[in-house]
Design a protein around this ligand. Structure first.
Ligand code: NAP
Length: 246
């Protein structure tokens, strides 16, 4: 296969949870998947093994999305080694939560949550955008949250970050729509991953109309659709996937 015929997708935070399920989904759609992680390299390798078991291909690309120079260096090095290829699907999925009442929140927990989501969005998206515009095709899917739509007490930092990414999605979508690049956000409710570990699932289930947490594969199916060619007329939108919990 020539390099120009290989289709590349990058999933930030692809080592676990929703990101891992998205990697497998995109691999099944024929993408060579760049699986990003920040520290859990072994888990990212497991994602790669699952991608390969699904008949796909990929590689692990570790970098901290919140670190501008590091991200730029890794993406430039990838571009240098793939002069004919370009990343046509970008899923900005990396995220953390550091919950606390704002009155008690240490500054580093404000900064880290916003840095990974918002600086991370800029650091990864900005350098990948020009090749998408040049090729007149691209799909960007940003992982938001129900918290970014309605605001959640105990998550002022996370709600601000996810609200910001929703606004950025809507703005960027308008900048690039004429060039065949779509930008959408996905807003999950409670999805069964490491991120919700320690939450009182029995109590929370009662607040969800569907009476259960969602599965990473359910989110991945939505991301896969938004990343497909068929979704070309959907842009600037934020799609909830939350079992009815608005
Ligand atoms: P998770 O299981 O905790 O996985 C988080 C992923 O993000 C990991 O792959 C992690 O890499 C990566 N990551 C964290 N900081 C990073 C950084 N600085 N640079 C690069 N990668 C980084 O979380 P998840 O539940 O799958 O969440 C995925 C996304 O969905 C997040 O944006 C989250 O906010 C959003 N979301 C989740 C839920 C939910 O209920 N689970 C609900 C709404 C929205 P390492 O493995 O290397 O640490």
């Amino acid at each position: 296969m020539t390099e120009t015929s290989i289709k590349y997708a990058l999933v930030t935070g692809g080592s676990r949870g929703i990101g891992r399920a998205v990697c497998i989904r995109l691999a099944r759609m024929g993408y060579h998947v760049l699986i990003n992680c920040v520290s859990r390299y072994a888990e990212a390798r497991q994602t790669l093994e699952q991608v390969q078991a699904a008949g796909g291909s990929g590689e692990v690309l570790p970098f901290d999305v919140s670190h501008r120079e590091q991200t730029a260096k890794v993406l430039e090095a990838w571009k240098d080694t793939h002069p004919e290829g370009y990343i046509e699907v970008l899923v900005n999925n990396a995220g953390i939560r550091r919950d606390n009442l704002l009155a008690l929140m240490p500054a580093e927990d404000w900064d880290s949550v916003l840095d990974i989501t918002l600086r991370g969005f800029y650091n990864v998206t900005q350098p990948l955008l020009q090749p998408m515009l040049t090729h007149r095709y691209g799909r960007i899917v940003n992982m938001a949250s129900v918290s970014g739509l309605r605001g959640m007490p105990g998550q002022t930092n996370y709600s601000a970050a996810k609200g910001g990414i929703i606004a950025a999605t809507k703005a960027l979508a308008q900048e690039v729509a004429r060039r065949g690049v779509t930008v959408n956000a996905v807003a999950p409710g409670f999805i069964r991953t490491d991120m919700v570990e320690g939450l009182d699932e029995d109590a929370l289930r009662k607040t969800i109309p569907a009476a259960r947490f969602g599965e990473p594969e359910e989110v991945a199916a939505l991301v896969g659709f938004l990343a497909s060619e068929e979704a070309g007329y959907i842009t600037g939108d934020v799609i909830s996937i939350n079992g009815g919990l608005y």
